[in-house]
Design a protein around this ligand. Structure first.
Ligand SMILES: [Zn+2]
Length: 216
């Protein structure tokens, strides 16, 4: 299969905007892809925005973002404290945050999937498309009890070393989540193995995204 790469003038920064409803969403959904991007492109500027947190999860989110963005040329980490599970009822305030992100002028945006079963995730996806009208948007997937896994169309093959780094960072950074039955190395690795199989990834591993609009 023909592989497409990001068209990128290496002298100009690649601006990436990562949007996550909850403290670990970005890492679970596209953490491996971010690590691969940062190893391939030396001039990457990342704006990383987490919308929901409490004191502990906010600290974890910042620590995790620092781990994942270690190779970024420039990074801005923003952690908000909207209430988990109540995003649709805080829509106006959340939309104001999106409006303030417009000047970032990102080349690439990672956000939630529009068809995600979690109401917070769906609102994030809707506001992303509502706010950014001339941008490449990739929607990541978050595995969950609800069982909403679909058929993503864009695959990023990941070396096994990158997968291990992603999982190690997740397990180290989010100690508060480790009691959850799904927050396990096997869960994260199995989804990447499945997506790797679907795209014939050389290593066997990949992350996958929904792309609703692509201009060649
Ligand atoms: Zn979430």
């Amino acid at each position: 299969m023909l592989s497409l790469n990001l068209p990128h003038d290496r002298s100009a920064p690649l601006k990436v905007l990562c949007l996550g409803a909850h403290s670990d969403d970005i890492e679970i959904g596209c953490g491996g892809t971010i690590l691969r991007l940062l190893s391939c492109y030396k001039n990457v500027e990342v704006t990383w925005v987490v919308f929901s947190s409490d004191k502990e999860r906010g600290r974890e989110a910042r620590n995790s973002a620092e781990l994942f963005l270690g190779q970024a040329k420039r990074k801005e980490i923003v952690v908000k404290d909207f209430r988990d599970g109540f995003f649709p009822f805080d829509g106006a305030k959340i939309k104001e945050i999106f409006e303030r992100l417009k000047p970032v002028l990102p080349s690439l945006i990672f956000t939630h999937n529009r068809k995600d079963a979690h109401q917070d995730h769906r609102l994030m996806a809707e506001l992303t498309w509502n706010t950014f009208r001339d941008h490449l948007i990739l929607e990541y997937e978050i595995l969950k009890y609800d069982g909403d896994m679909g058929q993503p169309s864009v695959f990023v093959a990941l070396g096994s070393e990158v997968c291990q780094r992603k999982i190690n960072y997740l397990m180290d950074a989010f100690q508060s989540q480790r009691a959850k039955r799904w927050f396990q190395k096997e869960t994260f690795l199995s989804l990447m193995r499945l997506r790797g199989m679907e795209c014939n990834a050389p290593s066997g591993y990949a992350e996958a995204f929904y792309c609703r609009k692509l201009v060649l």
